[in-house]
Design a protein around this ligand. Structure first.
Ligand code: ADP
Length: 223
């Protein structure tokens, strides 16, 4: 399966993407994570990306498209992939369409996570990530670790992303409204909008239902 996950910062894309990809046995590809890996390794690409991420802006298209092209060319994506955070504007959507056409493949679904903006700031302010494994994500109120500052899964140190400061979050939301929201229209025929409200498992169940992989669907009891 090839799936896109779209939604504003703080909608829980990363949290859901990890679970959906594991459930479907497909690769989870997050452009944000790919950039953060470059930043940690101190590459030129990472330094360039950092300037934009820090300001709440999109990393330039030629950089982002290059990164995603290289990632999608790896053989582990043959079974499918879930793109988290790409495409984020129309130029990137068109580039993805070209990449898929070249490999004679197509998208199966586009999931659009929806959340009121007032909730975004609260969610992001409490978000904490594990230094050891980026997919280990916590929230100080909604999914708190057993010991503050320590990852439940691997004992790694939890930290706050620097672009999760309120001023940067507001800029990211503005960029989302103007640049990313049109991507949903671009993929209109494939889009299912899902409420990001509620528990992690509830949102996951909605997402699985939307792609015909819910428990009821699997049992053949759903219409
Ligand atoms: P979130 O979805 O919470 O904003 P991400 O980890 O997906 O977090 O992205 C963090 C930052 O990385 C973005 O604010 C942006 O600066 C950069 N980034 C991620 N994906 C893209 C993309 N497709 N195009 C340009 N910049 C991107």
């Amino acid at each position: 399966m090839r799936i896109l996950l779209i939604g504003p910062p703080g909608a829980g894309k990363g949290t859901q993407a990890v679970r959906l990809a594991a459930y479907l046995s497909i690769q989870h590809i997050s452009t944000g994570d790919l950039f953060r890996e470059h930043i940690d390794r101190g590459t030129d690409l990472g330094q360039n990306a950092h300037t934009h991420i820090h300001a709440g802006l999109l990393v330039p298209d030629e950089v982002t498209i290059g990164v995603i092209k290289e990632r999608l060319a790896r053989p582990d994506t043959e079974r499918g992939f879930l793109l988290d955070g790409f495409p984020r504007n129309l130029a990137q959507a068109q580039a993805l369409d070209g990449i898929l056409a070249d490999s004679e493949s197509r998208l199966d679904a586009v999931l659009d996570l929806e959340i009121p903006e007032v909730q975004v700031v609260r969610r992001i302010a409490g978000r904490r990530l594990c230094r050891q494994h980026r997919e280990h994500i916590f929230h100080v109120d909604y999914s708190a670790p057993e010991v503050a500052g320590v990852c439940d899964f691997c004992g790694g140190e939890l930290y706050q992303r620097e672009d999760d400061r309120e001023a940067t979050v507001r800029k990211r939301l503005e960029v989302y409204r103007t640049e990313t929201a049109p991507v949903v229209d671009h993929y209109q025929a494939l889009v299912t909008t899902i409420s990001a409200h509620g528990q992690v498992q509830e949102v996951l169940d909605r997402a699985l239902d939307a792609i015909g992989q819910g428990q009821a669907d699997a049992a053949g009891t759903s219409s």
